[in-house]
Design a protein. Structure first.
Length: 277
């Protein structure tokens, strides 16, 4: 069994620095996402912010992955490789990326986050899919603030999606969230759906990447011949939103949100606490 990594508040603060850089790099990539722009252009916008902050990409070179972001368009669920594809009016694109910072002791700490951008005149269906996925993420984070076990996050995500939309959408099961810290992908798995086994206890010092992936049709997927890009088998749209969240000595803090998640979580009755310095 993989061991869960528990961080000190100081180490989580270093992760918050990586998270803020990740957020700002995503700001740049999302701002650049418009009709006529290639997905490679978005990757370059993301990299430029990392360079400005002297941070490294944790995607580039990961199992030989060739870019700093994943750029997944329309029916692409995750891991879309940036390239010559030009965004069209009406597209939706999920942009996933991360940053690495090095602390004063030479230890590396990771950030990981994803957003979906809507390009131009987007259909109501795509707009709704993105909003449901984004809101499901925040409901999962809100549940984590008082949860006893990791699996309560996925339970909250699924309960929200079903309460809002019934069985209209599918929740991907083949790809899940994860622990994060001195590596990008660590124990424990963070499911985006309800499961009988609620997994390990949530404890101070943990950091989790919570990332619901929701589809407009079947949850069955296929990986393309590039070895990375995952698409829906039925060709229907997919959407991903993600944040990394810290559980520190005084509460929770969303590492990849500039305000720690305060503005969104306050709507759900949750108060975030800054990581003690």
């Amino acid at each position: 069994m993989r061991r869960i990594e528990y961080k000190t508040d100081a180490q989580l603060a270093s992760m918050a620095a990586a998270g803020v850089i990740t957020s700002r790099a995503l700001d740049a990539a999302v701002d650049a996402a418009r009709a006529g722009v290639s997905t490679l252009d978005l990757d370059q916008a993301f990299r430029q912010v990392l360079d400005e902050h002297q941070a490294a990409s944790n995607f580039l070179g990961y199992y030989d992955y060739p870019a700093a972001i994943c750029a997944s368009v329309n029916e692409e669920v995750v891991h879309g490789i940036p390239g010559e594809r030009v965004l069209q009016d009406g597209d939706m694109i999920s942009i996933d990326g991360g940053a690495i910072v090095t602390d004063a002791y030479g230890k590396k700490w990771h950030g990981d986050s994803a957003r979906t951008a809507l390009i131009g005149n987007v259909s109501d269906a795509r707009r709704e899919l993105s909003e449901i996925t984004r809101a499901a993420l925040w409901h999962g984070i809100a549940a984590a603030a008082s949860a006893r076990k990791v699996g309560e996050i996925g339970l909250a995500v699924e309960e929200f999606v079903r309460a809002e939309t019934g069985d209209k959408y599918g929740i991907i099961e083949d790809f899940v969230g994860h622990g994060i810290g001195s590596q990008m992908h660590m124990a424990p798995d963070v499911l985006n759906y309800a499961a009988r086994d609620l997994g390990p206890r949530l404890k101070k010092g943990m950091a989790l990447a919570i990332e619901p992936m929701i589809v407009a049709g079947s949850i069955e997927t296929t990986t393309l011949d590039d070895g990375w890009t995952v698409v829906t088998d039925d060709g229907k749209d997919a959407c991903q939103w993600e944040h990394s969240v810290a559980f520190h000595s005084e509460g929770i803090w969303v590492l990849t949100a500039e305000d720690g998640g305060a503005s969104e979580l306050s709507k759900l009755g949750v108060t975030v606490k800054p990581i003690p310095s």
